[in-house]
Each structure stands twice: as C-alpha cells, then as structure tokens.
Design a protein around this ligand. Structure first.
Ligand code: NDP
Length: 297
C-alpha cells in the first residue's frame, strides 16, 4: 500500500501552530504583517496573491497588498520596495514573480531588505542557507522537508534525487538536504534538462523530488521499489473538464504508486505547504525583528 502524504493536513497543522505564535506576538503588541506586491495583471499571479492574502487573514497576520502598474518604469517598483523596507508594520513581503519583461527580477530581489525577504531569495539569504545558517528557508523546499518529516521519512544517509535545479526549488532544496543537520545529511543528486540517464538516477534514489515542470515526466518504471516521491510539479494540461484543463504533477501518479511507498498528490501535496511556509517565515521575521520569542512548528 502506498501512503498518500496529505499536504493539506500537514499544512493545516502548521497553520494552527502558527496561529498560537501569532497570538503571542499580537498580545505583546506586534501583529505580524506580510505584504504582497504584484506588478502587472497576470491572472495566475493574481490568484496566488489572493490566496496568500486569504491565508494571512485565516491565521491573524496583517495582510497588505500593493499593486504596481505593469507598464510603470522599474523605479516605481523600487520605490514600493523602499517603502516596504522602511515600514515597521511590514515584517516580511514578497514581490510576486514573474515581473514584466522590462524589469530585472534579480535587481528587484537585491533591493529587498534581507530581514524581510520571506521568500528567502535575496543573495544574503541564499548565502546563509548554503553556509548552514539559514535565516529563511525558501517556502517550497522547506515545505518538502516538513512533508518528509510528517511522513516519518528520515533523510540521513539516504540517496535523494531532485529533478530540477531552479533557484526557487531544486537548488535550495539540494542545499538544505546536504546540510549537516537532522533534516539533512542526505546524499543528493540534482538533475536537469541536460542530465543524461535520468532514469538511472531516479531509480537509484530512496527519495525522488520532481520539480521540473514537465507533466508526468517521472513514471513508476523510473522508481525503485519503496521509493518516497515528492511531486512539486503543478502543470495545467488540457482536459475534458468544466475549466477545460486539469492539474497534474511532474510524476505519473498511478504508475508511481505501483513502486512508491509514499507519494504526494497534485493538487494537495506540496502546494499547500509552500503557502504555509510563507506564513512561517513571516512569523519568524516578526519574531526576529521584535525580539519576541515564539515557538515555531
Ligand atoms: P523552472 O522551470 O524554473 O525549472 C525547471 C527545472 O527542471 C530546470 O532546472 C530544468 O532544467 C529542469 N528540467 C526541465 N525539463 C527537464 C527534463 N526533461 N529532465 C530533467 N530536468 C528537466 O521550474 P520551477 O522550479 O519554478 O518549478 C518546477 C515545477 O514545480 C513547475 O511545475 C512549477 O509549477 C512547480 N512549482 C510548484 C510549487 C508548489 O508550491 N507546488 C512552487 C514552485 C514551483 P534546466 O535548468 O536545464 O533548464
């Protein structure tokens, strides 16, 4: 029997614990504040930002949203960033990606105060993570670690293959899993579009994390018996549904369950965890900025 790792349930527990921490901070006079910045009107980005704002409301974080015109010069976004850096009520914020083509995302990230960079993308925070002194773990990789923990999957001494080397998922996750730490100590292989013999590498793994954005790239035949599978992918594929599409992961779920001992579903696996860990980082930021200690899940 393959265990289905329920990301909704794990995320809900984390949100409950965070709610307690937020109550403590609020009682001490600091209500954690998270701002979202959206430049342009990309519908998918609007949906993500709305979900993040709803999450804030649910747990008692002050949600602030700032829209920036998609045709505005980059300087207008930089001004918003400078204002958020100076605003004591904003403990953390994110600039929703993608930004319009005329704006360089890397430059945007460099301008974010690293202490408020709850995405964990600022070079200072990336460096700290690699050095084993993370201030904020990026939300998706952190969510993956929490899912493994919730499913009682220890990574120490395990072979983990990550398919994907993006700056937001594959690279930070690989760096977290190789840390000399209880939730690290894995031997990690990172694959990408130029990898030769992908199947060999996934088959050799105790844990496979698929984060490549290719619908159902990994099937059951590419997994070893008993492998744990974390499917980060969220892909829209045409389907005969009301919306005209359905969401599938980077793993072919049905065939994967023939070999996997545990697997995350799509949707309902990593997605809710990414959102929960953004709240986690916001509470961390508020606690660090105020010196008020709280217990984190
Ligand atoms: P990117 O497009 O930034 O990176 C994809 C990575 O996969 C790249 O490193 C790419 O290689 C690699 N890749 C592409 N094709 C192949 C292939 N055929 N074989 C092996 N590797 C391949 O994607 P993201 O990391 O941003 O996202 C990955 C997936 O995860 C997407 O489906 C995205 O929607 C989803 N996602 C889900 C989140 C969640 O919360 N559930 C959060 C973030 C992302 P190369 O570097 O050579 O181009």
């Amino acid at each position: 029997m393959t265990e289905i790792i329920d990301g909704e349930a794990v995320a809900s527990e984390i949100r409950d614990d965070l709610t307690d921490a937020i109550e403590t901070l609020t009682a001490e006079g600091t209500r954690p504040g998270l701002a979202t910045v959206l430049m342009g009107d990309d519908p998918a980005s609007e949906t993500y930002v709305n979900m993040k704002q709803r999450d804030c409301e649910e747990v008692g974080i002050e949600g602030i949203h700032v829209d920036v015109d998609g045709d505005a010069p980059p300087e207008e976004l930089y001004e918003t960033i400078a204002d958020l850096n100076d605003d004591p009520e904003v403990h953390g914020y994110i600039v929703q990606a993608p930004v319009p083509d005329h704006v360089e995302y890397r430059e945007v990230i460099r301008r974010v105060d690293p202490a408020k960079d709850v995405d964990g993308f600022h070079p200072e925070n990336v460096g700290r993570l690699v050095a084993g002194d993370a201030r904020f773990r990026p939300c998706t990789p952190h969510g993956v670690q929490k899912l493994l923990e919730a499913a009682d999957v220890e990574t120490e001494g395990k072979d983990v293959t990550i398919v994907g080397r993006s700056d937001i998922v594959g690279k930070p996750l690989a760096n977290l899993l190789i840390q000399k730490a209880e939730d690290g100590n894995a031997t990690v292989t990172v694959c990408h579009s130029r990898t030769e013999g992908l199947e060999e590498k996934t088959k050799a793994a105790d844990v496979v994390v698929a984060a490549c954005g290719v619908p159902e790239l990994i099937d059951g035949s590419m997994l070893s018996e008993g492998a744990v599978v974390i499917d980060v992918g969220v892909n829209r594929v045409d389907a005969d549904t009301e919306k005209g599409y359905e969401l599938v992961g980077d793993v072919e779920f049905e065939s994967a369950t023939e070999n996997a001992s545990a697997i995350t579903p799509v949707p309902g696996g990593v997605g809710p965890m990414t959102r929960a860990m953004l709240l986690y980082n916001t509470v961390t930021a508020a606690s660090e900025q105020t010196g008020i200690d709280v217990e984190l899940p």
